[in-house]
Design a protein around this ligand. Structure first.
Ligand code: AMP
Length: 114
């Protein structure tokens, strides 16, 4: 069996995380190396490696996660705006093979990203 990802270990409470939100389907915690004053990762509890691995019936889960992101942005005071990023696979800059949204805010974002 393949090794658990670091995010699966956080879900299973084997390692600590600074959790800001959790429900039956997903959880959100602060990034350990923040790239902005607010940097939260939102992950599904279901093990999905990348966007490429989404199944058609994950649509409701992903929709739910966007509502969680919207609510978190409000709660974290990001009314000026924010950025949501998903890196997909190595070529897209993904390091942890468990689907996650980066919610970044609290500073002006530049474009294009690196
Ligand atoms: P990505 O490059 O899109 O896979 O992003 C992975 C993110 O996970 C990076 O921003 C890391 O700083 C973050 N990260 C890695 N390990 C942990 C951890 N134990 N707790 C919180 N964030 C983490």
């Amino acid at each position: 069996m393949s090794e658990k990802t670091i995010f699966k270990r956080i879900i299973d409470q084997e390692i600590p995380a600074d959790v800001v939100y959790e429900d039956d389907l997903c959880m959100a915690f602060k990034d350990i190396v923040p790239k902005a004053p607010v940097h939260v990762l939102i992950i599904p509890k279901k093990e999905i490696a990348t966007v490429d691995d989404l199944a058609d019936d994950d649509a409701a889960l992903i929709g739910h996660m966007w509502i969680v992101i919207r609510n978190l942005a409000r709660e974290l005071g990001l009314e000026e705006g924010y950025r949501v990023i998903v890196n997909c696979k190595e070529g897209g800059g993904q390091e942890v093979p468990h689907l996650h949204y980066h919610l970044l805010g609290g500073r002006k974002m530049s474009w294009p990203p690196g």
